[in-house]
Design a protein around this ligand. Sequence first.
Ligand code: AGP
Length: 583
Amino acid sequence: MCGIIGYMGKEDCIPQLLHALKIVEYRGYDSAGISCLDHGKLITIKTKGKIAKLETLLQHHPYHATIGIGHTRWATHGKPSTRNAHPHTYGHWSIIHNGIIENAHILKQECPEPFSSQTDSEVIAHLLEKNNHLRGIDCFRKVISQLQGTYAIAGLHEGEESMYVAKYKNPLYIAQNNESIMISSDLAVFYGKFYSYYCLEDHEIAMIQENSITFYNQQGKSIAKQSLTLQNVPQTISKGIYPYYMEKEIHEIPYVTQSTWQQFVEDENLLHNIPWQNYTCIHFIACGTAYHAGQMGAIYFEKYAHIPCKSSIASEFLYENTLFFPKTLYILISQSGETADTLSCCEKIKSHQCDTLAIVNVPHSRLSQIATYVLHTLCGPEMSVASTKVYTAQLTLLYLLATHIHIEQSIPIEQVQSILAFTDSITPIPSSFLPKIVSYKKILFVGKGEDYITAKEASLKFKEITYTHCLALPCGELKHGSLALIDADSLVIVICTKPNMIDKINTCMEEIKARNGHIWLVTNENKKKFAPFDAILSYPNWSTPLSAVTSIIPLQLLAYQTAVAKGLNPDQPRNLAKSVTVE
Ligand code: AGP
């Protein structure tokens, strides 16, 4: 959470910072700001609100600077406001921070001057100023050594053409070319401009000066670091013909499903590098949408691979009295590979000498570095806060693992090709549905088995971007309490993709109708087989056991189009951020 950016080079830094901030804006958009050195003088401009507001503000300030830092915030300590926005500038120092300084309240006692924000981060600027008598890097290192918690930090020092950066647990990357050096929380900022980058490790510090980067370890010794190649570089990150990333990303589902699958066609060792025969149990761990993918994975592995499975929400797993067995493989699923709860689970599992498999979308993310084994969903950057294409790629990958680890069968190429065939079938929800759905006071999503997991994911997506209170339940559970909610103001969205479930689903639909509830049915089965309903939502007719991929698409679109109809920005829902890097 929070995006941090820095630029040092030959060009004006402000357009560079603004461009990069827009790319990392998904990490938080409560407030934004920049600091730069204009002829050696420290200037800070910041505002509550999104990058667009900062951009307007900067048009009135014709600064000329070639070194600067920028920040986009997701509030933890102190509400979204201009004074709580980063950078925090105090005396000769200006800093930006992603993370939480857990001992901020103690450190503040060492700093006599009044604080101008409610943040935990401002104390870093005060401590730097307090130690300003030391040489730049010594001052920075001393302050960093006092911090407890998590951080990616960048600092500028007035009168010095240097930038200092440090990280612990939160990501920080540095890239260099002939023209410039940039720092960023996300590699996506480097695409199209840089061919290699450095991944700053925990406790490392870097000092960036004109054309040079010097790395230091925790003891303050300068160290050599290998640069890494930037792979799979998309030319640009853009919305293309779509008004929002979410719509574009839903339409990318066929392609990302195919590329995620295709990697195993091209290299079957990806499957066989993991010693599946060593494990008698699989435990899936993740958060939010990725947790739903894990729950679906547990169904697939029990059904196709005949291995007992368990699934846990990462933040719960951390505090459960889990019995660890070396014959269990712990599969951690994460789009970002940065989610703090999931990372902490990985560390906990490793401390019990058990194996972990990370399924991640962001290459080189921390989870992919610390897990025993790694597999990637090949979706490219997912910019919308609401995860869509990555969820379907996670399902595809888990299905593929479950069906192929025990039967030594090659990956059927015709199935891969058939996925592309349904690209054109992704069509919008008829607009007549939208005024109706916004009129319901209660919305329930129900299903059975895999369809219940789809109901949970659909409900999460709907509440996340439309701010509507909704609930997901297994069909059979309705009568054990929640049926009391059903009346003429309720809409129940019933998902049914399995013909053998239709009888049970019909019983549930009759119970809802008997209480005057409204029913929208999501199915690809013949509608005549179902009890009365009010409307039907169809989905791409791709006949496959992977119906969880196809049936979620109309539900993602329903959430998306409802949000747009309500005048909301589905890419940046309130109170949320894409990467949740705090526990
Ligand atoms: C998805 O729409 C959500 N924004 C959220 O639940 C997300 O899936 C969760 O925070 C996990 O993120 P991760 O996949 O990056 O670990």
